[in-house]
Design a protein around this ligand. Sequence first.
Ligand code: SAM
Length: 346
Amino acid sequence: MSVKALIDKLQEQGCLTKQEFVQLFTQKTSEDIAYAAQLARSIADQYYGKNIFVRGLIEFTNYCKNDCYYCGIRRSNSKVERYRLTKEEILQCCDEGERLGFRTFVLQGGEDMTYTDEAIAELVREIKSAHPACAVTLSLGERERSSYECFFEAGADRYLLRHETADEEHYQKLHPAEMSLTHRKECLRQLKEIGFQTGCGFMVGSPYQTPETLAEDFLFIHELQPEMIGIGPFIPHQDTPFAKEPGGLLEDSLFYLSLLRIMEKHILLPATTALATIDPKGREKGILAGANVLMPNLSPVAVREKYQLYDGKVCTGDEAAQCRNCLEHRVETTGYHIVVDRGDCV
Ligand code: SAM
């Protein structure tokens, strides 16, 4: 079967076999990539029209107990100047965010157990009480089921936890032995069961990724049925074990965004900051490939440089309001527009 026929089959049947995915990834031409993008965009238009949702990203701690080999804020990186935002600082970010038209706040951080379950729950309650029209997304890593339940009861709406890779051996090459793919997948299933709009995802071009491991990612995503999928290129960080590894490619990232849209038609799919970091028009290209979400930084400018997951991260100097205006213009050049909306999954 030709690659174009496989893309059509993915649209019609909603999934492919592992072998068919591998063929897609290895035999695609630039015409196939353009074909997938066009199809993906027409599907996104059917579900979301010309609307692009924005989320205000608050990177509230860069302390992390994990030591992922790819990540700039891993615990072994002694060069990182660590910070934690106070509850008041986080609430101020949300106040400014709502003024700027954000209706979702994403609290993301390293796995920092200083924020107890009760502290997170209290924070969620305060945000929801000050901003009842807004959704709260958490991205705090792996916790106990009881912790996730506590956050959900406090009013959190969504949870992002990229699975990173769905292939066991690959997972072990990206993480130290104390971390486990089985546990990460279990967390994702629990989050879904509890009722969160749940997001998984992976890095494009992470070290040791192969067409076969990628096919496992697509199969896992199809089985999990998440509401959100976060993918972006791997970008090396100079102070990690993967400093000398090549980064993920723009063309591949765009192709996988399109395929994910074609496979899971209604999903919320961000054009990530990592995509904007490897190409000045990365966000616009991501939208044209099928993405419908942008997650600009709402963190206080003073801490942004310290949340460096990878080298060269963009938008670390801009004030939130500047980011918001810049995005508005960028999105308009694509023929789409940002809406003031919680942006739930349809
Ligand atoms: N600690 C939380 C967790 O584990 O889900 C959230 C923060 S974690 C830093 C957010 C995401 O950053 C990870 O899921 C990973 O995919 C991405 N990331 C980390 N290092 C990266 C790199 N060098 N290049 C691109 N993305 C990276």
